[in-house]
Design a protein around this ligand. Structure first.
Ligand SMILES: [Zn+2]
Length: 303
């Protein structure tokens, strides 16, 4: 591990084998940054940079709200290759360090200020509080090793097994704990009761997501996606006791499916701070994009 890594491991009680790159420190800061703080990357809806220069409810350009279609994007590997690459990069850096002058070494050192160290420690403490809340609610999950891949990463990613309502998730997840908690609250308080109201006797048992953590920029390529921080989940369809599957898509006017979808979409806005879906734009015609990107004064972007 690099000297930076040793320094960080003394400061923060991170999981073993966790590679903490400067990018992850940035992620930690973003995870705890108040909405008014300037953050290095824009959110899914341009929230982060928009926060600094736009009112919370200012209309966003199509580019800002755009997101690449998720169907063509595979889930990340459980052990991202980037972690190994990061180790190799650190090794290479160490070899170079042997020949570097003290001044050059100082220039290479990432800026880990006391303020950054305090914020990072707070992010870890908050993740642990959130994990305790998931457990208290009855969610079954595991906490993966923190991920750091260049500009992307997730602190203590939550791999959900079963939500407190008994609803399961078809594929693995890698989510920030606060996103996993929002998901559990949403399914218990909106999805399950909406299904009971619209499809009596046929309860929701599972849902399928199209992606959680993915290391990619937004479709504009200029800013990083909320998926790249583990803040976002794309909900693609729901499974019911009867075997019925209901995809997130434009539903027939006046149908129970339309009422169900409208109700759960409204209910997502609150636990999640960004809610996009069919009707938002072509990229969101077949899933709900839900994330917890922070905004000034707790504002939401539900479109
Ligand atoms: Zn998305």
């Amino acid at each position: 591990m690099s000297s930076t890594g040793n320094f960080q491991s003394r400061l923060f009680p991170l999981p073993r084998r966790c590679v903490v790159a400067p990018a992850l420190i940035a992620m930690l800061l973003m995870a705890v940054a108040p909405a008014t703080a300037q953050r290095p990357h824009g959110g899914e809806t341009g929230a982060a940079t928009a926060v600094a220069d736009k009112p919370a409810n200012a209309p966003l350009s199509g580019d800002e709200a755009a997101e690449r279609p998720v169907t063509a994007i595979p889930l990340p590997e459980r052990r991202p290759a980037g972690r190994k690459a990061a180790s190799s990069a650190a090794d290479a850096s160490n070899n170079q360090s042997d020949r570097a002058t003290p001044a050059e070494l100082r220039d290479r050192e990432p800026a880990i200020t006391p303020e950054a160290a305090v914020a990072a420690a707070a992010a870890i403490a908050d993740a642990r509080i959130c994990e305790a809340e998931l457990t208290r609610r009855g969610v079954t999950f595991t906490v993966g090793d923190s991920i750091s891949e260049g500009d992307c990463g997730v602190l203590r990613p939550i791999e959900l097994d079963q939500l407190s309502s008994g609803v399961t998730i078809a594929q693995p997840t890698q989510l920030l704990c606060r996103s996993a908690l929002a998901l559990d609250i949403w399914v218990a308080s909106s999805v399950v009761p909406a299904a009971q109201a619209q499809f009596p006797g046929d309860a929701v048992t599972a849902f399928r997501h199209a992606s959680t953590y993915v290391c990619r920029s937004r479709s504009s390529g200029s800013r990083i996606s909320e998926h790249a921080r583990g803040s976002a989940v794309d909900v693609a369809d729901f499974g019911f006791v009867s075997g019925r599957r209901l995809g997130v898509e434009k539903q027939a006017d006046g149908s129970p499916e339309q009422a169900f979808q409208r109700k759960i979409r409204e209910g997502a806005c609150g636990p999640f701070k960004t809610v996009l879906g069919p009707g938002t734009d072509a990229d969101h015609a077949t899933h709900f994009h839900l994330d917890i990107a922070a905004r000034r004064n707790g504002a939401t972007y539900c479109k």
